[in-house]
Design a protein around this ligand. Structure first.
Ligand code: ATP
Ligand code: MG
Length: 353
């Protein structure tokens, strides 16, 4: 066997607060699929991040369900667990350990300058900033650096978080010696997909999302209820195509380019009804979603396979995390606690120390 140069390691993921939708598909899943062979991908299902705005048991109790649903979404769109590592953040105790160390390496005022945090607090109706929410990007830096990832695919909104991860890596290296590669962001200029309301980006909390798991009847109802061109009252009125969500979806999901071009032309000329445009969209979306739905059904009927994928991913990541924390304890000098303890397993957990 010839020795291959290792692929750069990539990290990205999702918070398990709901199923994935078409916005996630165009905004990140499609990208992940295209990177699957050029990077060694780590996909984190970031359950601990949900605690920053929703620490109550009432929310925590839903996490295991959505963790499995998101794993099923990943598998259903074609993420290959033989090529990529899918794991659950809370199953990696080193996350908590490295987080504490990183917290010492950043100032409160630096975190307060990160614009996304105020938005998150506002969206969650939180009036005074919890310590943990301020630390959200620190925890994200832990997610990135624990598997020693070098590349993080992000949209513009998350660039400032990767920048902080770079600063934390550099700061750690400066104080304790070269340990972490500074992670680079892989900026995608993918547009945000608008929701069915035609006003906001598609988002699970705005009730304007079409889910990968939606069945044909649900899909049809959502598309038929979509906003189109508010200035157009009758099928004979000339309509606007630009910014019209129905046509944005046609462009994103209808591979029949000739049909889309013809529909746009007839729409602008007032020669096609909204209903026909929507029916053709439903057809295209069903073609796109049908294979995903089939694979979702398959994994729902084979829950042990999903469990195996998560077990395997967690095991792989636990091994990486253990290695990283051993290096971190050595570099920082904190490894002394292992010499004080009678039984190292008591200190660092069953696979630590
Ligand atoms: P929430 O309502 O809880 O904020 P959401 O549906 O907006 O959920 P997020 O968890 O905020 O989803 O999104 C995670 C990532 O998925 C984003 O950083 C982005 O890359 C991608 N994404 C989400 N929604 C869209 C969208 N409408 N268009 C493109 N990408 C999206
Ligand atoms: Mg969001």
């Amino acid at each position: 066997m010839t020795q291959q140069t290792p692929k750069p390691r990539l990290l990205t993921g999702d918070r398990p607060t709901g199923r994935l939708h078409l916005g996630h598909y165009v905004g990140s899943l499609a990208n992940r699929l295209s990177h699957q062979d050029s990077f060694e991908s780590y996909f984190i299902i970031a359950d601990l991040h949900t605690l920053t705005t929703k620490p109550e048991p009432n929310y925590i109790k839903d996490l295991p369900f959505y963790i499995r649903e998101i794993a099923i979404d990943y598998l259903a769109v074609g993420i290959d667990p033989n090529k990529s590592t899918i794991y659950v953040q809370s199953a990696i105790p080193e996350t908590f350990q490295l987080n504490l160390i990183f917290e010492m390496l950043v100032s409160v005022s630096r975190l307060q300058r990160i614009p996304t945090l105020k938005e998150m607090a506002r969206d969650a109706h939180i009036s005074s900033m919890p310590f943990g929410l301020l630390g959200y990007p620190v925890l994200q830096a832990v997610d990135i650096l624990l598997p020693r990832a070098q590349v993080v695919p992000v949209g513009k909104d998350n660039q400032s978080h990767v920048e902080l991860a770079r600063e934390l890596a550099a700061r750690f290296n400066h104080i304790y010696g070269q340990t972490f590669d500074e992670p680079q962001d892989l900026l995608s200029d993918l547009p945000m997909l608008v929701g069915t309301d035609g006003k906001n980006k598609m988002s699970k909390s705005l009730h304007n999302a079409i889910y990968l798991a939606d069945d044909a009847a649900t899909l049809s109802e959502k598309v038929m209820g979509m906003y189109t061109d508010p200035t157009r009252l009758r099928a004979t009125d000339p309509g606007h195509v630009d910014g019209n969500p129905v046509f944005i979806y046609h462009d994103a999901f209808n591979p029949n380019l000739q049909e889309v071009a013809e529909l746009k032309q007839r729409y602008t000329a007032g020669k096609v009804s909204d209903v026909e445009v929507k029916q053709k969209l439903i057809f295209a979306l069903n073609n796109f979603l049908d294979p995903i739905r089939e694979r979702r059904d398959y994994y729902h009927n084979h829950p042990m396979q999903v469990q195996d994928v998560l077990n395997h991913g967690i095991k792989v990541m636990q091994r990486e995390a253990k290695q990283t924390m051993e290096i971190v304890r050595d570099r920082t000098g904190l490894s002394y606690s292992a010499d004080l303890a009678m039984d190292k397993a008591d200190l660092f957990g069953q696979y630590g120390g």
